[in-house]
Design a protein around this ligand. Sequence first.
Ligand code: F6P
Length: 358
Amino acid sequence: MIKVGILTSGGDCQGLNGAMYGLVKGLTETNKDKVEIYGILDGYTGLINGDYKKMKPEEFENILNLGGSILGNSRQPFKKINEPDEKGRNKVEAMISNYKKMELDCLVVLGGNGSHKTANLLSEKGLNIVTLPKTIDNDINGTDMTFGFQSAIDIATRTLDELHTTAKSHGRIMIAEIMGNKAGWLTLYSGIAGKADVILIPEIPYNIEKISQYIKDKLKNGRKHIILAVAEGIISQEETKLSKKELKQKRAKDGYISAGYRLEAELSEKIDGEVRVVVPGHIQRGGNPCAFDRVLTSRIGVKGAELILNKQYGRMVAVQSNNITSVPLSTAVEKPKRVDPNDEIIRQVRMLGICLGD
Ligand code: F6P
């Protein structure tokens, strides 16, 4: 008997259920009576608390197109992994102990960057771990793509599409603040798809003078409205000169207002025109996965099953050049994947006449 535990960790995204569907199908289609599945509830919190249930393969049958996670999610910050939990327990010891109590042969973790650090730690402590890369941020090292990313691009693009019509009617400047944590992938892709005039990403610090001039020139040349796709993690060129501590103090002084509103304040001082901000927020992670993510998660899940059946542990399923492969967990946790300002796509964005703010 092969006993497999599954948990979905960190912020949710579209495709978590689809990946579990692919995984369970891949494990059980040809080994029906040889595999037992344990659903661990609410991410690592469930593993710490021993909160899990034995599940039938049929329970994963009709969830490919369903958003969220049927197991529930929680954030267990890696930074606090060595702090005792509210009951005074050592979290790592509790997780190892519950894994052993459940007599698991493998734990499958569906997670992003932080969850991968914990998964890698558990793997180093001797647990058999396989991970599946999820996040709308697309910022996990070692994989070209994470699931959830394409669905979030579709939603952020629809937001930009909708802003175009109202911005045009009113002749307004509209800013959409897009998620992605400290990475600009989601803003870059949706910005291109949603035909933003300005795309600002954390990897390219912005200069407010350049953006204002670009907008003024466009308006002078007959353009009636302007759309800015702005990543939540943007930083100005001025701010890059500050130390981490100074930047924190500056943000506190500004009242911790988010990127879109900070930019609105800066732009309003420079430009004579109405500026509005829209923050689609968690809507970008919500709803059902797009068709692309349904295909991707089916394949990623099946690959995870293959790794388990071949006893290839300590690995993350990865997408590389359109192939589904795997990389060691140590690669996944090297450092978050960022947009390279020298990448071909950045050159192409400039050639499209889009302002990148630098
Ligand atoms: O990592 C996914 C993500 O949606 C980021 O884009 C965003 O910064 C963050 O999670 C939001 O976190 P929370 O769900 O805890 O508000």
